[in-house]
Design a protein around this ligand. Structure first.
Ligand code: T1G
Length: 709
């Protein structure tokens, strides 16, 4: 078994190098190895200082998340204990940070006396993204070293800061440019500290400098994050810890941190957010594709269509430094598209997310053309034209004639059959679906749709390309609406139906927002466009209207009236710019439609709205899993948390279902099947997989469809 650390003594300096791939996760074995090496160094009279370094690209990614919930996580030595002994060391301890120092890995460095770093090093406390808080003293040590404001920003955002910024904040003592001699430099630095007999740092002796903090700092901070931390448990606990760091002695602050840490880590939210952490990583592994399958080089990308989606898609590649050509048959459309892209970049510069130079760099990667010959040498072509099969097939026939051999031909369709698009080409193995989500330059999710002939290396190439453009890839099989939009349909159906039965758009939005959704269905469809929903449904009419003439009736009525949502300032709500107010006409229309379809209107309990919308989403998810459109339930959760505003603190619809019990969902579906009469018999049919898993006492988490896509 490979040693998890390397221990060496260079003259009078001990060097403890972490070497536990892939990311030096501080599992029990690595903690013990560091602890024992530290004890060895502290007892060795020849040793006068200790350097902690890493042989991996990552310095240390913190606690081993896969140990959470197991005995190992609490097994001795705990991370807080390890930090204590290092902080109490009588010999200088220097952290030599060569890369990412995150979570417990950063906390370990804060317990050291000095931190030196390479320019590419980064420092972060991302625990909030896992539904927890820094539990190895970070909430007490960092404010004492860098001040309460920066400490709080780092813990609430979870975003790492650069070595340069850490140096400016007094976290890092020195940034060293030379990678090759970094360890030698660290040893030299340690020798200097010994010779200079420097006072060692111990945070127990430090106080948080609150002199610059406004009196209402913490209440002001709470207010400033209220909107983006809505529903999350950990942010408030973090604020309490940092407030304690400012007001309580070190040891009392550590005790509070430890108790609030336990509260968080035992919560369903922490389980949900850790589930999403691993789900996003698992989604990159596609069963049946040989590990090590090489991906194709993508150095030039072409996007067909300069509309909203085309422009947003092109921005992703330009921002990643990839040469991108936007092709459209109309010069005006190209000019309009390019101006929209420029305005987006300008907005990012104004928000300080991008420098002028970086904007110019991105724009320099963009080119436009009306001539198909200009994309002949593209490695990847993404079609983003109007959502109509004939139009898309015409484009693919052209691409098949024009594009070089080996080019990947992708369609951005959100519902249409990728196999039918591929079938018009001589190279269906090079055809794939790349379903971006609007706004495409912002939304993290990328649904990669695998056609029946799509080659494995094309899939692998698109997964690695997704990471290059900071997208979260999920591979889906071909069916109407793939994973996301297919599951959204029954959720939307129930929301529309509930409005006919007497619920108001506001009630439905409130119930789903309370649950944690970014927005409820009425607000979401007003944003996406009621016309888009209507046209999408027309592509699968048989599945909906043939079974139920009242299907999505309120949406279709608004469409017919030209009320398409925000874009027409009227939909389920009335809009004045971004401000919205109730549209009383909707309830009148709903009452008329209810009468027309013989639907009795009534008071609808919030619980029923939540169950009917979410349980139908889950039920369709079970069907998607059973058919192999998604190969694991966590892929569905990754889709919904990154593309549909499903709260990560619920872990996605399938994790949520496992958390509340599949038997509860099944019994509710069976109950509505009866209570809702003909409509219930029509639409509330439990998915066979749901019934099977309940019968076997299993959960979605345990189910893998090896026959998938
Ligand atoms: N524990 C266990 N496994 C981890 C891990 C971790 N901390 N970090 C990464 N992995 C696995 C990951 O699942 C993947 O596995 C492989 O490593 C490569 O990761 C007390 C309690 C470091 C920036 O939140 O942000 O400390 O899929 O694909 O894109 O306060 O991983 O190959 O089988 O992401 O190069 C806080 C989490 C822990 C950092 C590298 N730390 N990690 O990104 O590779 S809580 C974090 C990351 C804590 C203390 C508390 C990233 C990365 P597999 P990857 P990458």
């Amino acid at each position: 078994m490979t040693a998890l650390i390397n221990y060496s003594v260079e003259e009078n300096i001990a060097v403890i190098s972490l070497q536990s791939p892939p990311v030096n996760g501080l599992g029990q074995r690595l903690r013990a190895a560091i602890f024992n090496a530290y004890l060895q160094a502290s007892k060795d009279s020849k040793v006068e200082a200790i350097v902690i370094a890493s042989t991996a690209n990552v310095f240390c990614a913190g606690a081993d998340i896969s140990e959470f919930g197991t005995e190992q996580a609490l097994a001795s030595p705990s991370l807080p204990d390890l930090c204590h002994v290092i902080e109490d060391s009588s010999k200088p301890v220097i952290a030599a940070v060569n890369g990412m120092a995150l979570g417990g890995g950063f906390e370990l460095t804060l317990a050291c006396d000095f931190i030196i770093a390479l320019p590419q090093a980064q420092f972060g406390l991302p625990e909030v993204k896992l539904g927890i808080l820094p539990g190895a003293g970070g909430t007490q040590r960092l404010p004492r070293i860098a001040g309460a404001e920066l400490a709080l920003q780092m813990m609430i955002s979870g975003t790492p800061i650069s070595a340069e910024k850490a140096l400016a904040a007094g976290i890092v003592d020195c940034v060293h440019a030379g990678e090759s001699d970094f360890i030698d430099m660290a040893i030299g630095y340690a020798q200097h500290l010994i010779d200079a007999d420097i006072v060692l740092r111990n945070c127990a002796r430090l106080k948080v400098d609150t002199s610059q903090l406004p009196d209402n700092f913490f209440s002001g901070f709470r207010a400033s994050i209220a909107r983006r931390s809505r529903g999350f448990m950990a942010p408030e606990k973090i604020i309490q810890c940092v407030q304690a760091a400012c007001e309580l002695p070190f040891s009392a602050g550590l005790q509070l941190e430890a108790s609030l840490f336990q509260e968080c880590i035992q919560s369903p939210q922490a389980r949900a957010q850790q589930h999403i952490f691993f789900a996003e990583r698992a989604a990159k592994k596609v069963p049946g594709i040989k590990p090590g399958t090489a991906s194709r080089d993508i150095n030039k990308v072409a996007v067909i269509g300069a509309g909203t989606m085309g422009g947003g898609i092109a921005m992703n590649f330009a921002s990643a430094g990839i040469a991108t050509l936007i092709l459209d048959l109309s010069e005006q459309a190209l000019e309009r598209g390019l101006n929209t892209i420029k305005s987006h970049y300008l907005a990012s510069v104004q928000k300080g997310k991008l420098t002028e130079a970086q904007m110019e760099q991105c724009l320099s990667k963009l080119a436009v053309s009306t001539d198909y010959n200009d994309i002949q040498d593209a490695d990847l072509v993404i079609e983003a034209v109007f959502e109509e099969m004939q139009i898309k097939q015409r484009v693919f026939k052209k691409l098949d004639e024009i594009c070089q051999a080996g080019a990947i031909l992708a369609t951005n369709t959100s519902t249409l059959d990728v196999n039918d698009i591929a079938a018009v080409t001589q190279r269906p193995s090079d055809v794939i679906g790349l379903h971006f989500f609007s706004p495409a330059n912002v939304m993290r999710l990328l649904e990669i749709v695998r056609g029946k002939h799509t080659a494995d290396d094309v899939i692998v190439s698109m997964i690695s390309m997704a990471q290059r453009i900071n997208k979260v890839p999920v591979v889906a099989g071909v069916c109407w609406g793939f994973i996301g939009n297919r599951m959204l349909e029954p959720y939307a159906r129930e929301a529309s139906r509930l409005i006919l039965e007497g619920a108001s758009p506001e009630q439905i939005d409130n119930v789903l927002c309370q649950f944690g959704m970014a927005m409820g269905f009425p607000s979401m469809i007003d944003l996406a466009g009621i016309d888009v929903g209507y046209l999408t449904r027309q592509g699968n009419k048989q599945a909906f209207y043939a079974r139920d003439p009242s299907y999505a009736a309120i949406c279709d009525k608004l469409y017919e009236l030209g009320h398409h949502g925000q874009k027409t300032a009227r939909g389920f709500y009335l809009y004045d710019g971004r401000d919205k107010r109730a549209n009383t006409q909707v309830t009148q229309l709903a009452a008329q439609l209810a009468q027309q379809y013989g639907i009795k209107q009534r008071q609808i309990p919030d619980q029923e709205i939540l169950q009917r919308t979410l349980y139908m989403l889950v039920n369709e998810g079970a069907q998607v899993l059973d058919e192999g459109i998604a190969c694991r339930s966590s892929d569905i959760d990754t889709v919904y948390c990154n593309g549909y505003g499903f709260p990560t603190f619920r872990g996605g619809p399938m994790q949520y279902a496992d958390e509340i019990g599949l038997d509860n969902i099944l019994s509710a579906i069976n109950r509505y099947q009866i209570e809702l009469g003909e409509y219930g018999r029509q639409w509330f049919t439990p998915a066979p997989l749901l019934e099977k898993l309940v019968a076997e006492g299993k959960s979605f988490k345990t189910y893998i469809n090896n026959e998938s896509h």
